[in-house]
Design a protein around this ligand. Structure first.
Ligand code: SF4
Length: 370
């Protein structure tokens, strides 16, 4: 049932000869109470529960296979679905620091030193595919290739599993969602959009608290702009010219910077909304002041901001992390050009939970990475 919306659950109840109000009971049980099996839906009669079981209708709640807890409070979950495939989902108390952009190191704040709950907001980073086909050269997830798309229920299921494990529920608790985990959401567009609607309408997370990041699937950026319910848009830029971007992100051959920036400029922004451009800084590759000036030129006149991420290193990745001074100089060049620019704190690097590090490390840590 996870992944079914109101009309679909209503239809299921109708087909089973049940009253329409049963659909509301199912929605409450699945998305608000986050039950893990039909047996736990106490609002239903024994008879109806038995009928559901007979029809092989289950909740489809994913299983938390493993948890890795970072010293900075970040938790990386390995979440397994019914076919045995799994993805990673990351819980970050206090958000990821991108908003404050203060450059403080993960784990510095006193709130995080205590194990008692002291955060006032948290961010969940969600996966949209098992693996990823986009092949960004600095990303560990890319080494997996793509195994399959996640269903809408599997995307929502990650959120439900983490909320339940952390014993929180929106909207009472301030929860942000970022579709920035494993996979390219715009290559699994329909399931991603269906999941967004369920998260807004049934789980209770406001669309203004969600951000989706795309590597630049241009036709879907256009579609996304037309959605009546949508998260904020982030574009993973990572290079300041086509030659460099094609090297780092092969999809740039298909949708180059001219096409990407045209789509970004045409994107219909809401009041006070900005497009975020993510930029992973790689030592000696894309982190020079010339690169920063080219980025400023690309974004001139746009309602945009830039999130800078110093590379989170990993086995099998041939790039290295730039020094702090270089990151700061890059940021200053953008700010001087009038572009808000923030340095994102790395979160959970010690447990491979940071950006670009998501990969089933438990499964492959011992295997040599080619
Ligand atoms: S950075 Fe994102 S789009 Fe690129 S390979 Fe990694 S998961 Fe895929």
């Amino acid at each position: 049932m996870l992944g079914l919306n109101r009309p679909e659950l209503s239809q299921l109840m109708e087909e089973m000869g049940e009253a329409p109000f049963r659909a509301q009971q199912l929605l409450d049980a699945v998305y608000r109470q986050k039950v893990e099996s039909v047996d736990q839906i106490s609002t239903l009669s024994q008879e109806l529960r038995a009928k559901l079981a007979e029809k092989n209708v289950s909740v489809g709640f994913p299983r938390i296979d493993k948890r890795f807890v970072s010293q900075d409070g970040t938790v990386r979950y390995l979440i397994e679905f019914s076919d045995g495939q799994s993805v990673e989902t990351v819980w970050m108390p206090e958000g990821d620091g991108g908003e404050s952009g203060d450059g403080t190191e993960a784990g510095e704040s006193s709130a995080m030193r205590s194990t008692a709950r002291q955060w006032d907001r948290a961010t969940i980073c969600i996966s949209s595919q098992v693996g990823c086909a986009v092949d960004c050269q600095f990303c560990l997830t890319a080494l997996l290739g793509v195994k399959r798309n996640l269903t809408a229920g599997e995307i929502v299921g990650q959120v439900c599993a983490v909320l339940k494990d952390q014993k929180v529920s929106p909207p009472q608790d301030r929860i942000n969602l970022v579709f920035m985990g494993m996979g390219e959401p715009f290559l699994n567009y329909d399931n991603f959009i269906k999941a967004v609607r369920l998260l807004v309408e049934e789980v209770g997370v406001a669309e203004s608290r969600m951000t989706v990041s795309t590597a630049g699937i241009v036709p879907r950026i256009h579609d996304f702009g037309q959605e009546p319910v949508r998260p904020k848009l982030a574009i993973s830029l990572n290079a300041s010219n086509d030659r460099q971007r094609t090297e780092l992100m092969p999809l740039n051959r298909k949708w180059n910077l001219e096409k990407l920036m045209a789509a970004a400029r045409e994107f219909p922004l809401r009041n006070r909304e900005r497009i975020t451009f993510e930029y992973v800084l790689l030592h000696g590759v894309n982190d020079s002041s010339d690169n920063a000036r080219e980025v400023a030129e690309l974004l001139r006149g746009m309602r945009a901001k830039v999130n800078l991420i110093a590379l989170n290193p990993g086995p099998g990745i041939r790039f290295s992390t730039p020094e702090e001074e270089r990151v700061a100089a890059f940021q200053q060049t953008l700010i001087k050009a009038g572009i808000p620019a923030f340095v994102r704190r790395p979160r959970g690097r010690d447990i491979y939970a940071a950006c670009g590090q998501l990969k089933r490390t438990v499964e492959i840590a011992s295997a040599p990475v080619s």
